[in-house]
Design a protein around this ligand. Sequence first.
Ligand code: NAG
Ligand code: NAG
Ligand code: NAG
Ligand code: NAG
Ligand code: NAG
Ligand code: MG
Length: 370
Amino acid sequence: MLLICYSFCFNLIFSVRFVEENITTMLETRIISNSEVLYVGGDEGDTSPGTKVLQNFQINEEGGGGLIRSWVDSMRACSPTRPKSLDSQSCWIKEHPSALKMFEEILHESEGKQIVMFLDYDGTLSPIVDDPDRAFMSKKMRNTVRKLADCFPTAIVSGRCREKVSSFVKLTELYYAGSHGMDIKGPEQGSKHKKGNQSLLCQPATEFLPVINEVYEKLVEKTKSVPGAKVENNKFCASVHFRCVEENKWSDLAHQVRSVLKNYPKLMLTQGRKVLEIRPIIKWDKGKALEFLLESLGYDNCTDVFPIYIGDDRTDEDAFKILRDKRQGLGILVSKYANETNASYSLQEPDEVMVFLERLVEWKQLRCGS
Ligand SMILES: *[C@@H]1O[C@H](CO)[C@@H](O)[C@H](O)[C@H]1NC(C)=O
Ligand SMILES: *[C@@H]1O[C@H](CO)[C@@H](O)[C@H](O)[C@H]1NC(C)=O
Ligand SMILES: *[C@@H]1O[C@H](CO)[C@@H](O)[C@H](O)[C@H]1NC(C)=O
Ligand SMILES: *[C@@H]1O[C@H](CO)[C@@H](O)[C@H](O)[C@H]1NC(C)=O
Ligand SMILES: *[C@@H]1O[C@H](CO)[C@@H](O)[C@H](O)[C@H]1NC(C)=O
Ligand SMILES: [Mg+2]
């Protein structure tokens, strides 16, 4: 049996309508997403709300404007060859200590509560590699996640399309939230944490599917001239990867992406690690996905639930912020370098994530005597 969302999703359908009618308000009040919005589509000549937003963001001038420049700068600044000074690094570590060093404290905080795990994929479970189609996770990591899912309800929350990320992870007992949470599906089989035998499906942005496809085709065509550029169709969003593009071509590529988006007032452009993402303007992000999943697991309003969210990207901040605001559970940022974050703890790289997950599993198994 297929249970298409809960009332939560019906609310969403209304928010989608609302967005269509009132994009400007949405942006002015910044309720779309915590991710950095670089650009909102829309023709520069007309006076629709999209255009107004565009002017608000000051990227209307010919030649591209400050935002794209500052985006390219920030991408350069955070490339690993330019670490921040040791001072700011040690200060940052004090504010966001290693989740491994603080393991006992974390267990203490979660005492008597049901731990629910949320894991980003790229850069969290798998290393960042040049070809996004080859971002495989190791067998060891898969084994760890399998054991983890046996101990706690576990969800993978990714910017990629759900089918793709589940084809990388290959574990049917997990919850998957693809396209930044715009495409959520429950476990197919074998999960102890599943409610009844209904499967869960939530796709709040179905009406955007044809538009995303169209934009994907145009982006592929337009970016052909930039060597190394790779466009990925993530179903509810599209990504343009910069990983293999020479640095001096980055702003060209960003301008091309922007020129395609110009004709789509209902889409926006956000930035990830060496990637630009095109997605529908709807009030939905990884934080909303986290809330939706907690609700579908039956943990809304529960004080005895302890969600742990691990991620490495700007888009994960929406989830960190929800946990911080609700003073519930904790966020862990995967990063070697100091960076502003609403996560409470840090881990340096996927290998450390694995050690952390292993320790959680060991602890749980010891307690349950299995
Ligand atoms: C957008 O919403 C605001 C209030 O939320 C309202 O004042 C304004 O008239 C709306 N604009 C449009 C174009 O619907
Ligand atoms: C599971 O599905 C079967 C038929 O598909 C139904 O008869 C049964 O009541 C369901 N059980 C639960 C707990 O929903
Ligand atoms: C959860 O709490 C909110 C506000 O505190 C309330 O409106 C909502 O009905 C509650 N939901 C459930 C399932 O108890
Ligand atoms: C660090 O933060 C900046 C903005 O504060 C962001 O643009 C950048 O992507 C972040 N770097 C990493 C490595 O996450
Ligand atoms: C963290 O949260 C604060 C307040 O909610 C917000 O202003 C800030 O932008 C967030 N930081 C990041 C990196 O998202
Ligand atoms: Mg990531």
